[in-house]
Design a protein around this ligand. Structure first.
Ligand code: ZN
Length: 80
């Protein structure tokens, strides 16, 4: 069985870090490459990204100190 790139399990483990931009460029690229090839993981990732977008929309309606808001939204920013 060909085993190039990461497995679904590895991709799952890295999804949170991927969303938080806590991966190295190589790791992020490996996750992205897996998502392009794997429909299942792509759907999970889309779901996660949707949750993050929803959170950001909610945050934008809450009155928070600007510096705290900037901190939160930068953490929630998804990679393009
Ligand atoms: Zn997968």
């Amino acid at each position: 069985m060909g085993c190039e790139g990461m497995t679904c399990l590895e991709a799952f483990k890295k999804l949170d870090d991927y969303l938080d931009r806590e991966l190295t460029a190589d790791e992020a690229e490996a996750v992205r490459a897996h998502l392009e090839k794997c429909q299942h993981c792509a759907e999970v990732f889309e779901f996660d990204a949707a949750v993050v977008r929803c959170l950001k929309a909610k945050l934008s309606r809450i009155d928070l100190p600007p510096d705290l808001m900037a901190q939160l939204t930068s953490r929630l920013d998804t990679p393009a």
